[in-house]
Ligand binder design. Structure first.
Ligand code: 13P
Ligand code: SF4
Length: 336
């Protein structure tokens, strides 16, 4: 197999659709390739457990962005979705950034197309634009400051109270932040398909069946879920809270991948995934779950698919991310 052949296949499918010998120990092979190529595997908490177990760093969007910026590795293999790998490339352009499946997108990022968003922004030209990191580089380039669920409150509070703000693209996170900060930010009408699927009725029934359990929820969830949650936070915050809390049972309203780290860090506690409205596994993110151990192995081996960016767009989209990192540092939310 040579790289030219691999490249042809990538154009068709978004990933290297090659057979992997089923007798291979992929964990050992990936470790070997990482050393050979001085590669680092960064994984989001929503990745499947096997991928989390071979990763060098597992984190939320803020932690992953920081790690991508500070790594000394020559190659960043991003086990996450496209906007995350793109952010890694924006922050660290001299590295080769790889994503096992280029079709690993994000419904929330897709909910803000560039032209529509530009028109919306132009209509409210006196507004400052704060965008959630779950958006394309085009939207980042149209934004003044980026935020993640870990630092959004601090970012908003850093802006003078009388400054009108557009918050995009997540209306649920935006509404939650309006409530927390007392602002009246103008919200773009986007949402995450995974966090909108939780059933209030089924969660209420679960809470009655497990009166000892606490409901913990990601702020991308709808207001009705957040209203009854005992704790709301980013994936890292949910993980830390559940491990440190005196409570032993949690109903977890976010993507199911996070349960792997919760269970690993608190093996004696019980974590129940919050139920979706129907019986499908729709609280699994279909984009995050496009990555598999086989695709990850092929990706490191053939160094494809690679994230490539227009340099002007990269520079423009880096400005609001740098502002985010600066404010986060000043607020003591990140080191360095
Ligand atoms: P965080 O891990 O930053 O909380 O983001 C959650 C998410 O939806 C990522 O796609
Ligand atoms: Fe996007 Fe939602 Fe999937 Fe996160 S969980 S990547 S916000 S679709």
């Amino acid at each position: 197999m040579n790289i030219e052949i691999a490249e042809e296949k990538i154009i068709e499918n978004g990933f290297l659709n090659l057979e992997v010998d089923p007798t291979l120990d992929l964990f050992a092979e990936i470790e070997k390739l990482k050393k050979e190529k001085n590669a680092i595997v960064l994984a989001h908490f929503y990745q499947e457990p096997d991928i989390q177990d071979v990763a060098d760093y597992i984190g939320d969007s803020l932690g992953l962005a920081q790690k991508a910026q500070s790594t000394n590795a020559d190659m960043i293999v991003f086990a996450g979705v496209h906007f995350m790998a793109e952010t890694a490339k924006i922050l660290n352009p001299s590295k080769k950034v790889l994503l096992p499946d280029l079709k690993a997108g994000c419904s929330l990022a897709d909910s803000a197309p560039k032209d529509l968003f530009k028109a919306f922004k132009d209509k409210h030209s006196d507004h400052l634009v704060i965008s959630y990191i779950n958006c394309s580089a085009d939207i980042k380039a149209l934004s003044d400051i980026i935020c993640t669920s870990s630092n959004a409150e601090a970012i908003i509070n850093s802006v003078p109270a009388d400054q009108p703000i557009i918050f995009a693209p997540d209306k649920n996170l935006g509404a939650y932040l309006n409530k927390k900060t007392g602002r009246n930010m103008l919200l773009w009408n986007g949402a995450c398909m995974v966090h909108e699927i939780f059933s209030l009725e089924k969660i209420t029934k679960l809470k009655i069946r497990h009166p000892e359990a606490q409901l913990i929820a990601h702020p991308e969830c709808e207001e009705a879920i957040l209203r009854i949650s005992d704790y709301t936070g980013s994936t890292t915050q949910l993980l830390k809270y559940s491990v440190a809390s005196d409570c032993n049972t949690f109903i977890v309203a976010t993507e199911t991948g996070i349960l792997h780290q919760m269970q690993k860090n608190a093996p004696n506690k019980t974590f129940i995934p919050a139920p979706p409205t129907n019986n499908c596994a729709c609280n699994d993110c279909p984009y995050m779950k496009l990555n598999t151990l086989e695709k990850l192995y092929l990706c490191i081996k053939y160094e494809l698919p690679e994230i490539l960016m227009d340099e002007n767009l990269r520079i423009a989209s880096k400005i609001p991310i740098d502002r985010m990192l600066e404010i986060s540092r000043a607020a003591g939310l990140i080191g360095g």
